[in-house]
Each structure stands twice: as C-alpha cells, then as structure tokens.
Design a protein around this ligand. Structure first.
Ligand code: ZN
Ligand code: ZN
Ligand code: FE
Length: 771
C-alpha cells in the first residue's frame, strides 16, 4: 500500500453544512443513499439553517462527497452554500437520518409547491396501485410545500398534514431510506390522508362515490365548479361551452378580462395556439405557469379572451387537476376563486360564503392551505421568458442579488397599490412575496399583513429599514407608516428601473425607460413615461419624459379612455377638439362639459403616462369608450397592431418629436395624436393605425435612449414598467436598441409591472439609507 492510498483509506470525519432549497425536496434521503453507497457512517439532519451532514469513514470517500452532492442533487433542490469542516472521530456505526435539531436560530429557504412528478403520475393512473386515482399523491420530489408550511423546520408536525396520522403502509415508506417517499412530509394515501368530496352550492356534502367523475359530469352539463387547488380555490367550467363561460363572467363580475385555460398537454394547446420550443419548455416545467400563447386563428373558444390575440394556457399541476382533466377530456377555464378583484378563497368556509353565488358545485378537501398562491403568468418576448405574475412555483424562492445590493441591513419594502407584492431583503437574498393582488379592500389588506408576518417568521427577517412608494395614499404606504415613523419613500418609476437592475445584478449606470400607467412623480404629476440616467448606487435622475397632458377626471379617465383622448387632443391639437369628440361619438353635452372642465383645470392632473397615451390612442383609433379591466385598451390595441403586421401592409410610423432644449427633454406625442385623429376621421384601417402608433413610439423610445446614452457615454438601457408587457412594443424597442449597439436589460425573474416594484424599493432604500 502506498502512502497516498493509506491516507485515502484512513478514517476521517467531516461536518458538511448545506444551505439553499434543501428541505422538502428529497435532500436527506439523497444524502443517505450517497453516504451509504460510499460506505460512510454518520447522520444527516434538517436544521433551521439548512441541512447538516455528519460523515465518518475512509477519507477518500468523504473527499468526493462535496462534488457528488453538487452534481447529483435531486431536481427541485437549489444549493446556495456548501461548507465542509473536519471533525474529531465520533465512532458512528451506521448512517441515520436524524430528527430536526429544532434550533430556531438561522433560517432556510422554502421550496415552492411543485407539479406531480412522473413516478407519482404513473401510480395515479395504475389501477393496481394503492393510490390509484388518489388526488393527494406526492413524494419527496413533488407535491405541496409552501402552501402547507406553518413554520420551520420543514417537518410534518409544522405543516397542515400534522392532523393526518400516517397508516402503517405510509409510515413504512416514510421510514424506509430506500423508498422514494422516505421523509416525504405530506405523504398520504386513501386510508390515512386528506379526503375529497363534492358539495352542492350551499356547501352540503353530496356523498358522491367518485367526486371527480361527478364533478366532470356536472361540468359537461354546463355547471361551474369551484375546486380547492394548491393555493386556493379555482373556478372551473368547460372552455368551449360559451354559455358556461358567459355565466361565469356574469357571476364573477368579470365581463371581459381574459380567462386562463387548462389543457391536458402541450400538443393539445398546439391545436389553437402557436408554441415555440421555449414556450413549450415553460408550459411543461415543474413550476407549471400560465404561458401567454399567440392564438393561431382557430376560433375554438369564443368569450375566453375577447378582443385579444393571446391566450393564457397551462397544463395540470396538482393530482386533482390531472384527474379532472382526464375525466373531462377537453380544455377547462381555470380562474381564481374570487369575486372580481378580491383575494382568492383559501378555506372551505370562505369559499361557501364568498363563492356561493358563483359556483354550482364545490370540490372540497380537508387539507388546510396556509398560503394563498395564485397561478404564475409568463410570456416569452424576444426569446426571453418575461414573468407577468410571480406566484405558484416561484415564490417564496428568493431573487439572488449578489453584489447588486449592500448586504448590511434587513429591509421590508411594502410595494405598490395594484398587483402588490412585498419584498424582504436579508443579506444577498430578496424574498419577493407571491402576487398578493390589488390592495383596495380590507380582505386583501388582511391577506397582505398576514403574509408579511409569515415571511418574516419563516425567513427570520427583522427589518431595520422599511421602504414604500412615494404615494402617501397607497395602503401599502400607510402600512409602512404603521411599522415605522419614517419609512424610506421611493419614487415609483425609479423603483421599476431599480428592480430591473437588481435582478440583473447590474451595478453600473444605465439609461432607464420606465413606462407604465400611473405613479406619483416628484413634482406631484402622474408620471408614467420616464427616462432616467443613473445606477442603484448613485440614484436615478429624470432625463426625459413624455410631454404632459391633462387627465380629465383622473380615475374616471382611466375607466373611460374617451376622456383621456379628449384631454390629449385638447393639449396637443386643441383646434380639433370637436372633430375628436365626433370621431369617438361622444354626445355633445358630455364633450362640452369635459371642455369646460379642461378649461377650468378642474381635477385635471397633468400626466406623462404612456399607459394613458395608449388609452387615448385606443379611443381615437378603435373607438374604445369604456374598459372593464386594467390595461384593456392597450392590450386590444396591441392585438390589432399585431394582426396588421401579419397582413403585409406598409406601416407608416406615427410622428413623435424629442425636444432637447432643456433637461428634462420632452418627448412630445402631439404628432401621434394628430395622426390617430386624422387616420380615424379618414376611415383608415384601425389595425394599420395601431401598428403605426407602435412603430412610431418604439422609434421614439430608441431615439431618446440613444440621445441620452450618447451624451453620457453609456451603452446599456434598462426597460421596465407595465407598458413593457406589450410584447410587440417590447420586441420592437429591444431590436431597435440592439441595432444601435445598445445592450438591453429586461426583466426575467420579477414582473415589469407593479409586481416588481417592491424589489426596486427595497434595493434603492438600502442604498439611500447608507448615505
Ligand atoms: Zn412524486
Ligand atoms: Zn396511508
Ligand atoms: Fe408602475
């Protein structure tokens, strides 16, 4: 035996500490198999800081552990830290999976819920299996996680599974290191686990022998069924049943906003949508988001996405979805179980009281949900995945900031008013909450406060800095003032750009384009068409903006785009006010009173909002008089423009003028407003006009960026704000900037809309409180 062989075979002991997403993902069984396979003894335990591995045996075998862990870890785990230290011999005789150490110091990541794995699916549809058609099947690689965790460490007694005592079969799987359910905390079977039942609209159990088959039969008979999904109730009906869809719209008070559709697999989606390889990959990913897909023109589902060219599609996620899809055999509308914009229902009791007038039946179960969890929404733009709503499958995994933020203080940023999320930063991790919703009612506010408490507890963050929006009347800002006397106020559009820089870990100066619907500006105006210059560290200075126009009636104008259009015309082409009113068929008395309001400047806040410019365009070009959901006019205008681009007609870009006389530069849309008006009056094809607006605006954005970048020696542009959910505009701007040699940063982890705001607030507040 050589000297080297001797030392390799010498007995040694090491403690390996692993942090990251390592609990609830089959990590300990994996370590068990790895260690025993190498002839090592010792133990592995969950700690509240991660997982601790204590191994003893031949030094050569211990040495290889680290790389083996990194290279062969289970699919859902994400390792962020791995430290190994030598330890004195302990004389272990076997390898064991120990209990959790129960130590409440430290913290750990929490795994999101993940889609049923292929092994479980096989069992689910195997008649001989003891879990055949059992809707709560799961294993160490799949199943509920975040939605059932009450506290850490992740062990059954601290989840909502604690009330289900495992039967002897389940327990022996749970205790057998060779079993794929070894320490699967939500492990269950029909004998011992949660139960599913069908109830009528009053919530009374119908004693169905097979609740799923009977729910499927009800759906086939045009019923609306509320099902208890992973993160709350979902309302379901047949997607191709126009009567059911219309009834659902009426009862849910959601007249036009698009519904998402669930199909059995990606090939089924291809029957009515175009799917790129990247989109297919996202559809089939374990996160199972809703993916926005271009419809291929086959009208199979009228009423699902009226006036739009894109459809939200998802594949089954939980076993209940797989079973239901299998029983129904056709696409289902799958929408959040709530009335209009209220939060999604979480408990059976809530569902009965709040969904009583909407659902004809309920599919209930008795596993409690801790965290409500909407479906996530993603689209692919310019080949990159762009999140529009970050929830199930993604939260509460943190966004890693690297050195993009100083890791000094813990921060809570309370987010915006609409599409709210909050953000907790601790060290280099930014925990952005799942989509909370619009903070406009007591119900949502309660959900918001409860979720902040849960995150602070789970991740043990004790915020030293509290940040909020500049707008004092946002409920999230009021909440921040409850927590501290002096929250750090961050201007809305700067927060958008900061979010984009932070998630891209971009430390240097950029030109930031922050285009959205509404946000309070430094000067008290309603901003939303802003160009900034600067960095996270040095702050962002406003360099240019879309020229102001009055917003007559403020919120009323948001709901009725014709008002905004008349405000734009009054500002930019005042002598054509009456023509514009005629074009949009505004009754004479109403246009006259609006004119008086504009002249008196009564409740006419100035705005640079690009979202409002879209509204004005949609009103002039398409005659959109009223909208029923946020950004509806802009989405319809985009769909129209996209169709025109496909038609091969020459597109004339609408004119914009950049006035560089003084800072901030003014990007005037006067020419575009005039072009829309003239085009509308001369009866031009609305699609061609819509495309002309998109083309003109994208060129104006590119030109403005280039002007600012050039005079400041910069080569990077960051794009953020809800307007960049417009894929056509986003792709045209990206292409244009890249053609001019500019590098583009866009969102990939958090939404460009207000769902990403909290991240930007948190990071800017960290820097601001430093100086
Ligand atoms: Zn599984
Ligand atoms: Zn069992
Ligand atoms: Fe915004």
């Amino acid at each position: 035996m050589t000297k080297k062989e001797k030392s390799v075979n010498q007995s040694a002991r090491a403690i390996i500490r692993v942090t990251g997403v390592v609990q609830g993902v089959g990590f300990r069984p994996f370590i068990y198999r790895l260690a025993t396979g190498r002839g090592l003894t010792g133990r592995v335990i969950n700690t509240s800081g991660g997982v601790e591995i204590d191994v003893e045996g031949p030094a050569g075998m211990i040495d290889g552990m680290e790389s083996a862990i990194r290279q062969t870890a289970p699919p859902n785990c994400r390792i962020t830290g791995l430290e190994q230290a030598a330890a004195p011999p302990a004389g272990y005789t076997s390898f064991e999976i120990g209990r959790s150490d129960g130590n409440s110091q430290g913290w750990q990541h929490v795994s999101p819920d993940s889609c049923t794995c292929n092994d479980c699916l096989e069992e689910l549809f195997a008649p001989a299996d003891r879990r055949y058609r059992y809707p709560f099947i799961n294993c160490t690689n799949c199943g509920p996680r975040f939605t059932i965790i009450e506290d850490l460490p992740y062990d059954r007694p601290l989840t909502t599974m604690r009330r289900f005592e495992m039967c002897s079969d389940c327990r022996s799987e749970y205790e057998d290191p060779a079993d794929r359910r070894f320490h699967a905390e939500p492990n269950a079977c029909p004998a011992c686990g949660p139960r599913l039942w069908l109830a009528d609209q009053r919530g009374a159990d119908l004693d169905a022998v097979d609740p799923i088959q009977e729910a499927a039969a009800a759906l086939a008979a045009s019923a609306i069924v509320a099902i208890k999904g992973l993160g709350g109730f979902q309302l379901v009906c047949l997607a191709q049943d126009i009567n059911a869809v219309e009834r659902l719209r009426e009862r849910k008070r959601r007249p036009q906003k698009p519904f998402a559709v669930m199909v059995e697999n990606a090939d089924d989606a291809a029957a009515f949508c175009q799917i790129t390889p990247r989109e297919r990959e996202l559809l089939e990913s374990v996160e199972r988001p809703i993916v926005l897909l271009e419809m291929n023109g086959t009208v199979m589902m009228p009423g699902i996405a009226p006036g739009l060219g894109r459809l939200g599609v998802m594949l089954p996620c939980a076993p209940l979805h797989f079973l239901l899809m299998d029983a129904v055999g056709e696409p289902l509308v799958m929408t959040s179980g709530n009335l209009s914009e209220e939060p999604i229902c979480r408990t059976n009791g809530e569902a009965v009281s709040r969904l009583a007038g909407i659902a004809d039946y309920f599919l209930f179960h008795d596993r409690r949900i801790i965290s409500t969890y909407d479906d996530s929404v993603i689209m692919v733009a310019g080949g990159r995945a762009l999140p529009l709503r970050r929830a199930r499958g993604y939260a509460p995994l943190p966004v890693e900031l690297g050195t993009a933020a100083p890791a000094e203080n813990a921060v809570l940023a309370t987010g915006g008013q609409l599409k709210n999320t909050f953000c907790l930063i601790r060290g280099r991790d930014a925990f952005i909450s799942q989509h909370i919703g619009d903070l406009e009612d007591a119900e949502t506010l309660l959900h918001y406060e409860r979720t902040i408490e849960l995150y602070e507890r789970l991740f043990q963050v004790y915020p030293e800095i509290i940040a909020c929006d500049f707008h004092p009347e946002y409920l999230a800002s009021a909440y921040a003032r409850e927590r501290t006397r002096m929250p750090v106020q961050v201007q809305h559009h700067r927060a958008h750009i900061a979010a984009c820089l932070a998630e891209n870990r971009f430390p240097d100066a950029v030109v930031g384009v922050s285009f959205d619907g509404t946000g309070l500006g430094d000067d008290g105006a309603v901003w939303g068409g802003e160009f900034f210059l600067g960095s996270l560290k040095d702050g962002l200075e406003r360099m240019a903006h879309i020229g102001y126009m009055p917003l007559p009636g403020s919120d009323a104008a948001v709901r009725e785009p014709w008002r905004t259009a008349l405000g734009a015309v009054w500002q930019h082409v005042p002598d054509r006010f009456d023509e514009a009113a005629r074009l949009m068929q505004v009754p004479g008395d109403r246009s006259a009173s609006l004119r008086r309001q504009l002249e008196a400047q009564l409740n006419c806040p100035p705005t640079s909002s690009c979202g409002r410019l879209f509204d004005a365009m949609a009103a002039l070009i398409m005659g959109v008089r009223q909208i029923s959901y946020e950004a509806q006019a802009a989405m319809e205008l985009e769909a129209l423009a996209l169709a025109a681009y496909g038609g091969g007609v020459a597109i004339e870009p609408f004119p914009f003028h950049l006035d560089t006389g003084a800072y901030p530069y003014i990007l005037s849309p006067a020419g575009a407003v005039a072009a829309a008006l003239s085009g509308g009056l001369s009866g031009s094809d609305p699609g061609v006009l819509a495309a002309g607006f998109h083309l003109g605006l994208s060129r104006a954005i590119v030109k403005t960026c280039r002007t600012i970048a050039k005079s400041n020696g910069l080569e990077t542009v960051a794009l953020s704000g809800g307007v960049f959910q417009n894929r056509l505009l986003l792709e045209m701007v990206m292409d244009g900037l890249e053609q001019k040699g500019l590098y583009v940063l866009s969102h990939v982890q958090v939404p460009p809309n207000d769902g990403g705001l909290s991240l930007g607030q948190a990071v800017l507040a960290l820097y601001q409180s430093r100086t």
